[in-house]
Design a protein around this ligand. Sequence first.
Ligand code: KG4
Ligand code: ZN
Length: 338
Amino acid sequence: MNILAIESSCDETAVALYAGDAATGCGRILAEQIASQIETHARFGGVVPEVASREHLAALPPMVDAVMQEADLGWNHIDAIAVTSGPGLMGALLVGTSFARAAACVHGIPVLPVHHMEGHLLAPGLAGQLPAFPFITLLVSGGHTMLVRVDAIGSYSLIGQTLDDAAGECFDKSARLLGLPYPGGPEVARLARDGDASRFPLPRPMLNKDNLDFSFSGLKTAVMYAVRKLGGSEALSDQDRRDMAAAIEEAICDVLVSKALRACRQQRAPRLVIAGGVAANSHLRGLLASRGKGVELFLPELRHCTDNAAMIAYAAFARYGAGAPAPAEWDARPRWPL
Ligand code: KG4
Ligand code: ZN
């Protein structure tokens, strides 16, 4: 089953071609491309929805051609088009879903709408088999921070989530307070390597609450006060920035790791997947490996942690590859619970 997949829910246009074997449940990526709009949005300090839609519109058609050429496949070899139909920016989603619908109509193939978060949840399947069920996924991106229990494909229970900011949002907003460019996560991680986290003791919100929820807005406020105390972001020295970045990264990762491991214990599911853009953070990966004794870790490849179309293809294959029919009626949904 050859699936052409399109992802355009936020600020990355991504296209992938995936060949799945329904008999074995395994498959491989034939070609994939990701075009990031980060530089365009960096000028504005965050994603501008209308700009994102226009960029997707310009990028998508040539990327589809390029991926099909790279895989040396024509439309007559494509069995279905998988597309992210939500959640995300409405205009951005409409570009991908409209393209998918039009191409599917012309070529007489089905469209398989995919939940963006299901793509992230199942991303480890791209590297081979999924973990045995049940497993826990810590989904940490710019818009979401959630702990999900996966009992089967399509059977997901939200067991913990953020009450305010997402972990990636906390990285991005804290970075902004330090005068760093968007997106802040990778910048904070880069500076943190040479920083001393102990210089700025930052709070670990909700760590002592015996539940699986998160809250990151208080941490961001603590960063704001610490920066103010030093005279504002312009007065920070390079070392101040490095130390503060290390303290921010340490605080966010400490909370994420503690709650994720607590989830594995409470749910008696000693298998943990981390997914979403923040899962690219190497300090987070290192902490999980050192503190997660007895828990088997599944870390998707870095390029499949951030937004990509291969994960959308795999989610469609996992859901529909066994012969489940494509939904007859569906729409792009900017808000869509998992
Ligand atoms: O999943 P993603 O690519 O997009 C969505 O939000 O759906 O995640 C982007 C988020 C941003 O907040 C970015 O700052 C964060 O992931 N991020 C990181 C790292 N790389 C990306 N945060 C911390 N460390 C990183 N290395
Ligand atoms: Zn995402």
